[in-house]
Design a protein. Structure first.
Length: 172
């Protein structure tokens, strides 16, 4: 942290940037809206592809989707990566649900399999934020530095564009 003693004359500009200058508070409501938007993007982005298999019926589509996920080494690597990530996240979700006394955690396990991890985790995070708000009564979720926030915006744009391009390639 940079220690800065402001000049006696307020018209003289600050020379140093302090840690407080780089921080911004994230409100729980904005965070929950962000999680909801991620869940919607994830649902559209995943099921926008999966719908191509629905003509096979529920079990037929599940079989075809899993078969496609094993089609080549890259697909298998992504499947293993997602499965291991999902397991780690679900362990954390179980622990967090117990810590916060959240009910219905096993519904998220079912939701993992039906809607996908990219939909169910943001929905869980909304549930978690609401529980945290009830516990501490604060509308603030935390703080981010402005550079980290800018990085999140850039990363979000990349994910939205990538999802749109892949959906276009599936449906063209």
């Amino acid at each position: 942290m940079v220690v800065f003693i402001p000049p006696a004359n307020p018209r003289i500009p600050k020379i140093f940037v302090t840690a407080e200058d780089l921080m911004m508070t994230i409100k729980r409501k904005a965070l929950c809206v962000s999680y909801a938007l991620i869940a919607v993007l994830a649902f559209v982005g995943t099921w926008g592809h999966n719908v191509k298999y629905l003509h096979l019926g529920f079990w037929g589509s599940q079989g075809a989707i899993w078969k496609a996920s094993l089609a080549n080494p890259a697909a298998r690597a992504n499947t293993v990566d997602l499965a291991c990530f999902g397991l780690a996240v679900f362990i954390w979700m179980l622990l967090e649900a117990q810590r916060l006394r959240l009910k219905g955690i096993w519904i998220y396990a079912l939701f993992f399999m039906i809607a996908g991890i990219s939909v169910s985790v943001p929905v869980f995070l909304i549930h978690r934020e609401r529980a945290l708000a009830a516990l501490d009564g604060s509308p603030d979720a935390g703080e981010l530095t402005k550079p980290n926030f800018a990085g999140l915006i850039v990363g979000s744009i990349v994910v939205v564009v990538y999802t749109a391009v892949l959906l276009y390639l599936t449906w063209k």
